[in-house]
Ligand binder design. Structure first.
Ligand code: C2O
Ligand code: CU
Ligand code: CU
Length: 480
C-alpha cells in the first residue's frame, strides 16, 4: 500500500488509545499491530426479506450475511480494516467499497483490479480509510442482478471527533421491482431500461423494510445518513415542517447549508448526511416525501413525534460542521484538462415522461448492444481484463475534468479511487466547497471538476444507473 494520507490525530483519540494500552497491559497481552486491524467477514449468500409488509410474501434475495441491506460496517478513520468476503452465491462476485480512496488492488473491479471471486471462494480486502464519512459497498460483478437482488450495505467511517448529536441515524434506501407475488421481477437488462431511465422499481425500502413511521422526540438533534443504494431510482426528499442542514455529500464534509428549495436530491450511489433539529410539537406528524419524478411523488415515511416533552427548549447550540478530510487540493493553474462526453440513449424527456416518445424510433441498446457511449466508445458490463484507458495521468498531476451530458437523461457519474472537487455547473461556480465521488448530471448539463491523481492504477468512471453502466456508459482512466 503506497498511499500517503496524513491525518491529524485528535487528543480524544490519543486518550482513547492510551486507555486501551493500559487495559491490554493489565491483561498481560502484547499490543501487536494485528490487534489494531479491524476484522470483518461478509458472506455473499441467499436469503429472504420482508420487503412489502407483514402480509405480503417473503422475497428471496441475494444478500450479505443473508440480510437486506448487508450489515452496516462501522470502522474508524485511519485505522486499517480487513474484510474477508466469502462467496456463497452460484456465480462470481467482487465487492467494491464505493467512495473509499483505497489502493487499486482493493477496488473490487473484476478483471481490472482483481480476479472475480468464484463461488465457494473468498477474497480478503485490506485498506485504511483515509476519509471519515458515509460510504457503501456493493458487488461489481453481474451488477444489475447482484445489486438488484439485494447485495448492498452501508460503510460508515467514523470521525475521531464527531459532531454532537443525540442520535446518529442511517437510512439505506433500496428500490425493488417486485411481482404481485413478491418475487423480484425478471428481465434484468431489458432494452427499455437500458436505453431510458434504468430499472426503476415499484417498492422503496428503508433499511430493508417497508418504511413505517419514524418515531422521534421533540427537541432532539439527529444526524441522518442517507444512502441511495438503488439501481436506478433518483430521489428528491423533502422533510415537511423541518429544515435539514446538509453537512456532507458522498461522505465528504461541505459547508453546512439548507438544500436548494428544501429538496435533497439523492441519485443512485450518492450519500448525503443531514443534521435535523426536530422542532415539531410532541404528538405531531410530518411526511417525508420523494418528488423526483414529475407526477410520481409519494410519501416515503413520516416523522411521528412521541408525546414526551421536548428534550430541550431550543435547538442544541453546537457546531454542525464536520472535521475536514485529508483531500489533496488540485492545483488549477497547472492542471491537465480532460473532457468526457456522455452520448446515446433514447431521446425522451429527462423525467420518465418520454416513455411514449420511443414509438417508431430506432432503439439503441437493441439486442443487448450498447445504448450509451463516452467519447464515442462504449464499454459495457462490470469491468473486465484489457479495458484500455481513455486517458492517462501522471501520478501527482492535477486534472481538470469536464463532463458534458449530450443525452436527454440524468446520469450520476461515479469515479473510483478519488473524490472530485466541484468547480462549476453550466458555467456557474459551485459553492460550498463540495467534493463528491458521484456527481449528478441533468440532461444537457456540463460539469467541471478537479482532482489530484495521487492514487496509481486503472480506475473506472461510469454512470451509476446500473443499466446505463452495463450498456456502455463507462470508461477507464490510468494513473501511472
Ligand atoms: Cu459504486 Cu463502480 O461503483
Ligand atoms: Cu465506486
Ligand atoms: Cu446514466
Amino acid at each position: 500500500m503506497e498511499l500517503d494520507f496524513k491525518y491529524l490525530v485528535s487528543r480524544r483519540r490519543l486518550l482513547r488509545a492510551g486507555a486501551c494500552l493500559v487495559s491490554t497491559a493489565v491483561m498481560g497481552s502484547r499490543l501487536s499491530l494485528a490487534s489494531e486491524v479491524d476484522e470483518h467477514e461478509l458472506n455473499a449468500t441467499h436469503g429472504r426479506a420482508s420487503l412489502a409488509g407483514a402480509d405480503a410474501p417473503w422475497t428471496p434475495v441475494w444478500a450479505y450475511d443473508g440480510m437486506v441491506p448487508g450489515p452496516t460496517l462501522r470502522v474508524q478513520q485511519g485505522r486499517p480494516v480487513r474484510i474477508s468476503v466469502v462467496n456463497a452465491l452460484d456465480e462470481s462476485t467482487t465487492v467494491h467499497w464505493h467512495g473509499i480512496r483505497l489502493p487499486n488492488a482493493m477496488d473490487g473491479v473484476p478483471g481490472l483490479t482483481q480476479a472475480p471471486i468464484k463461488p465457494g471462494e473468498s477474497f480478503t480486502y485490506e485498506f485504511t480509510p483515509p476519509d471519515a464519512g458515509t460510504f457503501w459497498y456493493h458487488p461489481h460483478a453481474d451488477s444489475l442482478q447482484q445489486i438488484g437482488r439485494g447485495l448492498a450495505g452501508a460503510l460508515v467511517v467514523e470521525e475521531a471527533d464527531p459532531i454532537v448529536v443525540d442520535r446518529d441515524l442511517l437510512w439505506t434506501l433500496q428500490d425493488w421491482r417486485l411481482t404481485k407475488d413478491g418475487q423480484i421481477a425478471p428481465g434484468f437488462g431489458s432494452m427499455m431500461d437500458a436505453a431510458m431511465s434504468g430499472r426503476v422499481g415499484n417498492i422503496v425500502t428503508i433499511n430493508g423494510a417497508p418504511p413505517g413511521d419514524q418515531t422521534v422526540r421533540a427537541g432532539e438533534r439527529v444526524r441522518l445518513r442517507l444512502v441511495n443504494a438503488a439501481l436506478a431510482r433518483m430521489m428528491a426528499l423533502r422533510f415537511e415542517g423541518h429544515r435539514p442542514i446538509i453537512v456532507a455529500i458522498d461522505g465528504q464534509p461541505c459547508e453546512p447549508r439548507e438544500p436548494q428549495g428544501g429538496r435533497i436530491v439523492l441519485a443512485p450511489a450518492m450519500r448525503i448526511d443531514v443534521v435535523l433539529d426536530l422542532q415539531g410539537d410532541p404528538g405531531s406528524r410530518h411526511a417525508v416525501t420523494d418528488d423526483f419524478y414529475d407526477g410520481l411523488a409519494y410519501t416515503l415515511t413520516s416523522f411521528v413525534y412521541s408525546s414526551e416533552p421536548p428534550l430541550r427548549a431550543n435547538p442544541l447550540d453546537a457546531p454542525v460542521r464536520l472535521p475536514a478530510n485529508p483531500l489533496p487540493i488540485p492545483n488549477l493553474a497547472d492542471a491537465v484538462r480532460q473532457e468526457i462526453v456522455l452520448q446515446g440513449g433514447m431521446m425522451g424527456g429527462g423525467k420518465l415522461k418520454g416513455v411514449g416518445g420511443m414509438v417508431g424510433m430506432a432503439m439503441p441498446g437493441m439486442n443487448g448492444g450498447p445504448a450509451w457511449a463516452i467519447n464515442g466508445m462504449s464499454m459495457t458490463g462490470d469491468g473486465h481484463a484489457g479495458m484500455a484507458p481513455l486517458f492517462t495521468l501522471q501520478r501527482g498531476a492535477s486534472c481538470r475534468l469536464t463532463m458534458r451530458n449530450e443525452t436527454a437523461w440524468w446520469h450520476p457519474m461515479h469515479i473510483h479511487g478519488f473524490s472530485l472537487s466541484l468547480l462549476a455547473r453550466n458555467g456557474e461556480s459551485v459553492p460550498h466547497g463540495q467534493w463528491q465521488d458521484t456527481v449528478l448530471l441533468a440532461p444537457k448539463d456540463t460539469l467541471e471538476c478537479a482532482f489530484v491523481a495521487d492514487n496509481p492504477g486503472d480506475w473506472m468512471l461510469h454512470c451509476h444507473v446500473t443499466d446505463h453502466q452495463m450498456a456502455g456508459l463507462m470508461t477507464v482512466f490510468r494513473v501511472t
